[in-house]
Design a protein around this ligand. Structure first.
Ligand code: V47
Ligand code: SF4
Length: 355
């Protein structure tokens, strides 16, 4: 019944309500939901499925927040804490294959001054002028604004002037206040995260958006999260992609379970259906695994993310994937799903088309 209603809505070009999205989460017809999401995906992206040659850098795992789902962070002086120098970051980037985007996120370091982040961006831009720098979650931006004593807007403008091209979608977690307080009491609120993204979009910085699912949240929390993102996207149009992040429970304070493949696919599909104003839904293969990500391409996703090379956040929490996929691996996975592999740059311009 819910699916019929959704199908009619999609045909008439109207968007899903909270109640309809909730019904989908409670509906067991995974294939039916997947078919609707695949059609919505096809309307946006045809048979294209994107990937990017990219690199992840986590400058430090030292973090004052210590979120209870995060197995990556350490306190200063704790075993396993690290901080990379700017030279070490440049050396890491120089090693290995070419890439078109670097993704940089890390902990909230208690001692690094704001200038350190500006110097990091400037040094990377100087060494790799044609590489897009996608850096710093809204949580890090908020922290930088505090340590610099500048407004969020001026903080973002300074980062942009030093080389920041776009921002990743991390730190959104789940906006619902009750769960968010249990998961990450020190972190900015959901409203705070959305406000910072609005500022970024306002000065021309494109961003992504995420949702961490599979921990303590309810389906209603997920739907509310998606609807908040949809409302901001209506206002700014600044989001490029939405990435549902599957919670990994190992070495975390809250523990719990890995998400199921069924939940992963359903969440991708419902995201595609609810977020009718987002161009791209990413199946982040590091968290979903290569095979579930490939299947997600038939359930509404149109992007697998990238080649990565080194990934610490999910692997600290028990990721079962490797850390590298080659361009050929990506092309193979995508074409075996019956999709057209398109290597993209950070802004979804094709850089290489294999067909
Ligand atoms: O902000 C932390 C999440 C995020 C765990 O924008 C966890 O293109 C699962 O945001 N289990 C960082 N997730 C990753 C991220 C991201 C990744 C790939 C692409 C993009 C993009 C963004 O990882 C954090 C947090 O939400 N995280 N711990 C965990 N145990
Ligand atoms: Fe720090 Fe981010 Fe981990 Fe939270 S999720 S503890 S803010 S690194």
């Amino acid at each position: 019944m819910a699916l019929k209603q959704v199908l009619e809505k999609i045909r008439s070009g109207s968007r899903l309500s909270k109640d309809e999205a909730l019904k989908l989460f409670n509906d067991d017809d995974l294939f039916g939901i997947g078919r609707l999401a695949a059609a919505a995906c096809n309307n946006k992206n045809g048979s294209n499925a994107y990937f990017i040659s990219n690199r992840h850098i986590n400058p430090t795992n030292i973090c004052i927040n210590r979120c209870k789902f995060c197995a990556f962070s350490r306190s200063k002086g704790e075993a396993g804490a690290y901080e990379l120098t700017i030279d070490e970051i440049i050396s890491k980037l120089k090693a290995g294959q070419s890439f078109s985007e670097v993704h940089i996120v890390g902990g909230l370091h208690p001692d690094w001054p704001f200038e350190h982040y500006l110097n990091m961006l400037a040094a990377i831009k100087k060494e790799f002028p044609s590489i897009a720098i996608k850096a710093f979650t809204a949580v890090e931006i908020d922290y930088m604004s505090k340590i610099s004593g500048m407004s969020v807007e001026n903080t973002l403008k300074s980062l942009k002037a030093s080389g920041l091209d776009l921002m990743p979608g991390g730190g959104a977690e789940i906006f619902a206040e009750g769960v968010r307080t249990k998961l990450c009491p020190e972190k900015i609120s959901g409203a705070g995260w959305l406000k910072i993204m609005e500022f970024a979009h306002g000065i021309g910085i494109k961003t992504n958006a995420t949702m961490l699912y599979g921990h303590l949240e309810t389906f209603e929390d997920r739907v509310d999260h998606l609807l908040s993102l949809r409302a901001l996207q209506d206002k700014t149009g600044g989001f490029q992609a939405f990435i549902p992040l599957a919670y990994h429970p190992k070495n975390t304070e809250i523990g719990g379970f890995y998400s199921s493949g069924i939940d992963d696919l359903k969440t991708i599909a419902i995201s595609r259906l609810v977020l009718d104003n987002f161009d791209h839904i990413k199946a982040y293969w590091i968290m979903l695994g290569e095979k579930v990500s490939q299947i997600a391409l038939l359930f509404g996703a149109d992007d697998l993310d990238g080649t990565i090379i080194e990934e610490k956040i999910t692997h600290s929490a028990g990721a079962m994937t490797g850390e590298v996929m080659t361009r050929n691996d990506m092309i193979h996975l995508i074409s075996r799903a019956g999709k057209r592999p398109v290597e993209r740059d950070a802004f979804y311009n094709p850089v290489f088309n294999n067909t």
